[in-house]
Design a protein around this ligand. Structure first.
Ligand SMILES: [Zn+2]
Length: 65
């Protein structure tokens, strides 16, 4: 299992986790912010996206008031 960060052109940021999966397992994934399609597979891996940042938003763990 590997993680990477994906930045959507709309400004949303995702943590991407790769998981090995059978080749028939394919899921359509869309950006939660702009609904743009995200890559669902990479070779023998399926990609899972966890949004860490919305467009124009600071990282959640960095508290600003
Ligand atoms: Zn987006």
């Amino acid at each position: 299992m590997e993680t990477a960060v994906y930045c959507c052109p709309c400004g949303a940021q995702y943590r991407v986790v790769r998981q090995e999966a059978p080749p028939d397992q394919h899921k359509k994934i869309a950006c939660l912010s702009c609904n743009d399609s995200l890559e669902g597979r990479e070779g023998k891996f399926v990609l899972k996206y966890f949004r860490v940042k919305r467009p124009g938003e600071e990282l959640p763990f960095k508290l600003t008031h």
